[in-house]
Design a protein around this ligand. Structure first.
Ligand SMILES: C[S@@+](CC[C@H](N)C(=O)[O-])C[C@H]1O[C@@H](n2cnc3c(N)ncnc32)[C@H](O)[C@@H]1O
Ligand SMILES: Nc1nc2[nH]cc(C(=O)O)c2c(=O)[nH]1
Ligand code: SF4
Ligand SMILES: [Mg+2]
Length: 210
């Protein structure tokens, strides 16, 4: 199978429990909850997205013919070091394209495979670190994983329901939006009221990384 990649780059994981780790980011093109066009945002199932995932024109992006070609591209971005190899596969919605062949090819090059998903498509087996970020009003089928990362505030989310799912870590991430401070305050209040949850900040934006 071929893969449509918006962009790929070396940075630090900015979010979640693995924040601060050196990682290659692989951003697949396309999402099932929004077209990515601004004129569709207000009517999309997910309308607060902070990411351009349309097309294959970003740095390190392109069309890759097969899993070997794409895993080789990831390896070139990482460099020679064989230890602690980490790739974060995101998008867009990565579960539209991520298959076993790509996970196997990345494992063969000694990468741990982390994935950021909206959870509306079941995760491909073999992922080493799965982050699910639920969106209000969508049917989340992937209710287990390593971290659940809730962007907040999101009207229509049933916190008690999420708390019954099977995740090792429950994280709340302030929504990057016009009133960012209000979102930070709301996230802190959530943690104060429900200590299962931990605050995660988008550290890459704070320090000026991509
Ligand atoms: C761009 S999404 C791509 C992966 C997948 N489609 C998803 O939604 O999880 C990557 C992460 O950014 C989060 N995110 C998107 N827009 C955000 C915003 N405005 N503020 C904070 N986090 C945001 C998502 O919830 C998700 O955890
Ligand atoms: N540095 C950095 N860390 C991230 N963690 C999750 C991201 C994403 O867009 O999925 C992201 C991102 O876009 N950049
Ligand atoms: S599901 Fe993820 S990629 Fe899709 S629009 Fe929402 S935040 Fe963006
Ligand atoms: Mg991002």
């Amino acid at each position: 199978m071929s893969y449509a990649v918006k962009e790929a780059f070396l940075t630090l994981q900015g979010e979640g429990v693995q924040a601060g780790s050196r990682a290659v980011f692989l951003r697949f093109a396309g999402c099932n909850l929004w077209s990515g066009r601004e004129q569709d945002r207000s009517t999309a199932q997910c309308n607060f997205c902070d990411t351009d995932f349309v097309g294959i024109d970003g740095p390190g992006g392109g069309k890759f013919a097969n899993a070997d070609a794409l895993s080789s591209h990831v390896e070139a971005l990482w460099g020679e070091e064989r230890d602690f190899r980490l790739v974060v596969i995101t998008g867009g919605e990565p579960m539209l394209q991520l298959d076993k062949a790509l996970i196997d090819a990345l494992h063969a090059r000694d990468f741990r495979v982390a994935v950021e998903s909206n959870g509306t498509i079941a995760a491909t087996p073999g992922i080493d670190w799965l982050c699910v970020s639920p969106k209000a009003g969508t049917e989340v089928v992937q209710r287990s994983g390593d971290e659940l990362k809730l962007v907040w505030p999101q009207p229509g989310i049933d916190l008690a329901d999420l708390e019954g799912w099977d995740f090792r870590h429950y994280l709340v991430q302030p929504m990057d939006c016009a009133d960012g401070q209000a979102a930070v305050d709301a996230a802190i209040s959530l943690v104060m009221e429900r200590p299962l949850w931990r605050l995660t900040l988008q550290g890459h934006k704070i320090v000026g990384l991509k």
